[in-house]
Structure formats: C-alpha cells, structure tokens
Design a protein around this ligand. Structure first.
Ligand SMILES: [Zn+2]
Length: 98
C-alpha cells in the first residue's frame, strides 16, 4: 500500500502531515484512536489525498533544506557572524550576501 507513495518520495513525515491535514479543524474529519483496520484507513486517506506528486511535507522539507543551506553558507563565510550579519559591525545592520 505504501509502495506508490514511496516511489513518489514520500516519507514518514509526509504520512504524518497528511494525517494532520486530514483532521485539521474545519476539515470536519476525524480518525479513530484505535482503528480496527488501520491499513485500510490509511489507504482511504491516501486515496482522498490523490496526487502523490503533491507531498504533504514538501514545504517543511524545503524550509528545512533552505535553513541547512543557510547554515552551511554562514559557516563557510568569513565576512559575517554566525547569524549572517556582515562583519565588522557598523551602525547599520547589513545581511551578508555570502
Ligand atoms: Zn557571510
């Protein structure tokens, strides 16, 4: 059941986000705390989600990757501090362009 989502790059993070999205307030849906057939429940929610190329956690992954790249760039740069502010400090705060 998870082979197709996995083939589209889904991870546990996507499944968890899909379940959160499914039960968001205002969505009107709920999930039993101990479903009798959890695999079928998950399959049904996956079917409702539809497009597997639309990974639920894609935005979180992108945000995390952006932060990781920012940390790498700051670490490699000798013109700014650990927060990306250009050195030496001046009266006006200037972001480093790395
Ligand atoms: Zn820099």
């Amino acid at each position: 059941m998870l082979a197709k989502p996995a083939a589209h790059g889904w991870t546990d993070r996507d499944l968890n986000q899909m379940l959160r999205d499914h039960t968001l307030a205002g969505n009107g849906k709920w999930i039993a705390t101990s479903p009798q057939r959890p695999i079928l429940l998950l399959a049904g929610i996956l079917n409702q989600h539809g497009e597997l190329d639309n990974r639920p956690a894609a935005l979180d992954d992108a945000r995390e990757e952006e932060a990781r790249q920012q940390r790498i760039a700051v670490r490699a740069c000798h013109r700014c501090d650990a927060h990306g502010w250009q050195l030496p400090y001046s009266d006006a705060a200037v972001r480093c362009t790395h």
